[in-house]
Design a protein around this ligand. Structure first.
Ligand code: HQG
Length: 186
């Protein structure tokens, strides 16, 4: 597949596997999995041509490893980012002392007042390093990066989970755990 085709297929899969399984006539199981055969048939029905081989290519080449196949290759799910109700089963774990969150200036007043909220997703997404957070913020405009005192939060009883691709999830980040917002140099 060309890079453009891979990106297009990845966007469609993210929409189906995170937000709108009915778009491909699917239902996800409680842990977010869909059958690969059902997904391929559903994609055909939705006018998106995807073979088993190209699906495997999307999973393997995806820049953020957004999707995972089950060990036997018969099922697929998104690793995080859902708006539909799923329990991904990531175990609580101990975060590093500091994590990072990238956003944009227009959200600063709300974030400074009420902290980070998951908005339309299940959880707040935090990055291991500031550069990744900068890229997450840059999706929306000039990025601004917060450090999050994850170690202190964890000690205070907040539950953190790491996804299969290195994103850290937490229900919310109260403002007292946020560092001063930093505008990284481009
Ligand atoms: C902001 C992408 C107002 C938050 C990325 C963000 C990531 C608030 C936006 C992953 C707020 C939500 C997640 C508050 C947070 N008031 N705005 N209290 N608290 N916000 O997309 O973290 O491509 O749901 O800063 O790379 O940007 O989908 O979250 O700007 O890894 O795989 O509200 O999504 O990965 O936006 O991105 P999002 P995010 P994928």
């Amino acid at each position: 597949m060309t890079t453009g085709e891979l990106v297009c297929a990845s966007r469609f899969l993210a929409r189906v596997l995170r937000h709108d399984p009915a778009l491909a006539g699917l239902r996800l199981d409680p842990q977010g999995w869909a059958g690969v055969d059902d997904l391929l048939a559903g994609c055909r029905g939705a006018g998106v041509r995807l073979t088993r081989a190209s699906l495997a290519e999307v999973v393997e080449t995806n820049d953020k490893r957004r999707f995972a196949l089950s060990p036997d290759g018969t099922r697929i799910r998104a690793q995080q980012g859902h708006s539909v109700d799923v329990d991904l089963g990531w175990e609580p774990s101990v975060p590093p002392a500091l994590l990072h969150h990238g956003t944009v200036g227009r959200f600063l007043p709300a974030i400074t007042a009420e902290g980070l909220r998951p908005m339309t997703r299940h959880d707040v997404h935090l990055s291991r390093d500031a550069e990744t957070a900068r890229r997450v913020g840059a999706r929306r405009g000039a990025p601004v990066v917060f450090t999050v005192a994850a170690g202190r939060m964890h000690a205070d009883g907040h539950v953190f989970r790491a996804t299969g691709n290195g994103v850290w999830l937490v229900a919310a980040v109260p403002p007292e755990y946020l560092g001063a917002p930093v505008t990284p140099s481009p």
